[in-house]
Design a protein around this ligand. Structure first.
Ligand code: MLC
Ligand code: AMP
Length: 449
C-alpha cells in the first residue's frame, strides 16, 4: 500500500519557508515552526476520539488544528464566544476531549503515518432549521478535492499571499482560509478581525471575505483602493449584493470572484480567475461536481442538488437527518433555490426554508434561537426570523410573548447561552403570535420588524 499524499502538502518538502509564512493576528511563524509545535500537540492527543479546539483567531488555534490533522484525530472547532448551552452540546455530542494548551515554542516530530483519505478531518457544528446544531463529518479526501479544485479555479499558488480575517470555526475561514494556504503553499496573513483597514494594510494577492466584509470595504474608499493591486478578491458564504460588486469594481478595478458552498458540501460552484464574473452569479460547478435544479414542470428555478467528491460523510449520530439530506437517487439537497443560465452560470436566488438565517455570513437556525429564548423564564412564546439588513444581509429578529423582561436582557441572554453572533439584533413584544386555524405559528403574518 502506498502512503497517502499529505493533506497539508506545503508543510513538507520544497515549498520554501520564511519566518512569517503564517501570520495570525500579529503573531508569526514559519511552516517549520508550525509543524514542530503541531507535532507536540499531535503526540499528546494521538488516539483520542476527537479533539475540541477553542477556536479563537490565533496562531494557537492553527497549531491545535494542525496537531489534530497530523494525528488523524477529528478536530471540533468550538466558537470562542459559545455560551454554556452551545459549548456543552458540542462537547457532549462529539465526545471530544479538550485540546491541550498550545506552546508555540514547543517542538516535536510526530512520527505517525499520514491518516487515510477517508479519516474524518473536521467535525463542524452547523445549524439546521430546528433543534441544536448537528456535527458535519468532513473527511480528508473532501478537503483535498475541494482545495485542489479551488486552486485550479482561482490559479491559487505558492506565489500568493492570502489575506482574510474570518472566524476559524467554519469552512470559509478554516478550510479555505487556513488549510488552503497549507496545501497550496501560499503565505497566510490572518488579520484577526476582517476590518477594511486591516485588509488594506496586509498587502496580499488573494483576499477572502463574506459580503458583509466586502460591503464594509466598499464603504471605505481609501481602504478599498489599497486592494487595487491584489490578484483576486473572493466573496462567499452569502449572496454578494450587486451594488457591492459594482462599488468594488469601481474602487479597485477588480470584479470580485463569487463562489458558493456549504458546510456539508464545501465549495462547489465558483467563477474562475480566468472566466467571466457577473454580479449575482456564483459561476460554474467545480471539476468533479455535478449540479441539477429540481424545478417544478414549466419552472426554471428550484432546489439546487449536487453530487461530487467534496461532500460530507453525514451528520454525526443522526442517520435519519443524513438520509433526509439526500434525494432517493443520491443527490445532496442544498435547500438553496437556484437557476442556471444558458451558459451554465449558476445563480442562487433564495432558500427553501425561511428558518435558516444567514447573518454576516453566519448560518443560524431560527429554531435554535427560539429554544434559547424559551429557556428564559419570562418568555412564553418565541418566533425568530431573518429580516433584510443592508450590512449583515439578514438580521435576526425575535418576536416574543413575554412579561417582565426587556429587549436588552433577552438579547444578552441569547448571546450568553449560544454564540454572540446568534443573538437577535431586535426583539419585538407581541400579545400573541399569529397562528393558523390549526394553532400553528404563522411567521409570514408577523408584523414588520
Ligand atoms: C455585541 N457583542 C456582544 C454582545 N453584543 N458580546 C456579548 N453580548 C452581547 N450582547 C460584541 C461581540 O462579542 C464582539 O466583540 C463585538 O460585539 C462585535 O460583534 P458583532 O456585532 O456580532 O460583529 P459584527 O461586526 O456584526 O460582525 C460582522 C462580521 C462577522 C462580518 C465580522 O459577522 C463575521 O465574522 N462573519 C463571518 C462569518 C463566516 O465566516 N461564515 C462562514 C460560514 S462557512 P469583540 O470584542 O470580539 O469585538 C460557509 C461556507 C461558505 O458559509 O460558503 O463559505
Ligand atoms: P454554511 O453551512 O454556514 O456554510 O452555509 C451554507 C449556506 O450559505 C448555503 O446553503 C447558502 O445558503 C449560503 N451561501 C454560501 N455561499 C453563497 C453565495 N455565494 N451566494 C448565496 N448564498 C451562499
Amino acid at each position: 500500500m502506498t502512503a497517502s499524499r499529505p493533506l497539508l502538502t506545503a508543510l513538507y518538502g520544497d515549498h520554501g519557508d520564511r519566518p512569517d509564512a503564517l501570520v495570525v493576528a500579529g503573531s508569526a511563524t514559519s511552516r517549520e515552526g508550525l509543524l514542530a509545535a503541531a507535532g507536540a500537540v499531535a503526540r499528546r492527543i494521538a488516539g483520542a476520539p476527537a479533539v475540541a479546539v477553542h477556536a479563537t483567531a490565533t496562531l494557537e488555534t492553527v497549531v491545535a488544528v494542525v496537531g489534530g490533522l497530523l494525528a488523524g484525530v477529528p478536530v471540533v472547532p468550538v466558537p470562542p464566544d459559545a455560551g454554556p448551552a452551545e459549548r456543552g452540546h458540542i462537547l457532549a455530542d462529539s465526545g471530544a476531549v479538550e485540546a491541550p494548551p498550545v506552546d508555540l515554542a514547543e517542538s516535536a516530530a510526530f512520527e505517525g503515518p499520514e491518516p487515510g483519505p477517508d479519516t474524518t478531518a473536521l467535525l463542524l457544528y452547523t445549524s439546521g432549521t430546528t433543534g441544536a446544531p448537528k456535527g458535519v463529518l468532513v473527511p480528508r479526501r473532501a478537503i483535498a478535492a475541494d482545495l485542489d479544485a479551488l486552486a485550479g479555479a482561482w490559479e491559487w499558488t505558492a506565489q500568493d499571499t492570502l489575506v482574510h480575517g474570518l472566524p476559524l470555526f467554519h469552512v470559509h475561514g478554516l478550510v479555505l482560509g487556513v488549510l488552503g494556504a497549507l496545501r497550496t503553499g501560499s503565505r497566510l496573513v490572518h488579520t484577526g478581525r476582517p476590518t477594511p483597514q486591516a485588509y488594506a494594510e496586509a498587502g496580499g494577492s488573494l483576499y477572502f471575505g463574506v459580503p458583509t466584509v466586502w460591503g464594509r470595504v466598499a464603504a471605505e474608499p481609501e481602504a478599498a483602493k489599497a486592494l487595487a493591486g491584489a490578484r483576486l478578491l473572493v466573496s462567499g458564504s452569502a449572496p454578494l449584493p450587486a451594488p457591492v460588486f459594482r462599488d468594488l469594481e469601481a474602487l479597485t478595478g477588480q470584479r470580485p470572484v463569487e463562489r458558493y458552498g456549504m458546510t456539508e458540501t464545501l465549495i462547489t460552484v465558483s467563477t474562475r480567475a480566468s472566466g467571466e464574473r457577473r454580479p449575482g452569479s456564483v459561476g460554474l460547478p467545480l471539476p468533479g461536481i455535478r449540479t441539477r435544479i429540481a424545478a417544478q414542470p414549466g419552472e426554471e428555478i428550484g432546489e439546487l442538488q449536487l453530487t461530487g467528491p467534496t461532500l460530507f460523510d453525514g451528520y454525526l449520530g443522526r442517520p435519519e437527518a443524513t438520509t433526509a439530506s439526500y434525494t432517493e437517487d443520491g443527490w445532496f439537497r442544498t435547500g438553496d433555490i437556484a437557476a442556471v443560465d444558458p451558459d451554465g452560470m449558476h445563480r442562487i436566488v433564495g432558500r427553501a426554508s425561511t428558518d435558516l438565517i444567514k447573518s454576516g455570513g453566519y448560518r443560524i437556525g431560527a429554531g435554535e434561537v427560539e429554544n434559547a429564548l424559551l429557556d428564559h423564564p419570562a418568555v412564553r412564546e418565541a418566533a425568530v426570523v431573518g429580516a433584510p439588513h443592508a450590512d449583515l444581509g439578514q438580521e435576526i429578529v425575535a418576536y416574543v410573548v413575554a412579561e417582565g423582561v426587556t429587549e436588552r436582557e433577552l438579547i444578552d441572554f441569547v448571546a450568553g447561552h449560544l454564540s454572540v453572533h446568534k443573538r437577535p439584533r431586535k426583539v419585538r413584544f407581541l400579545a400573541e403570535l399569529p397562528r393558523n386555524a390549526m394553532g400553528k405559528p404563522q411567521k409570514k403574518l408577523l408584523p414588520p420588524a
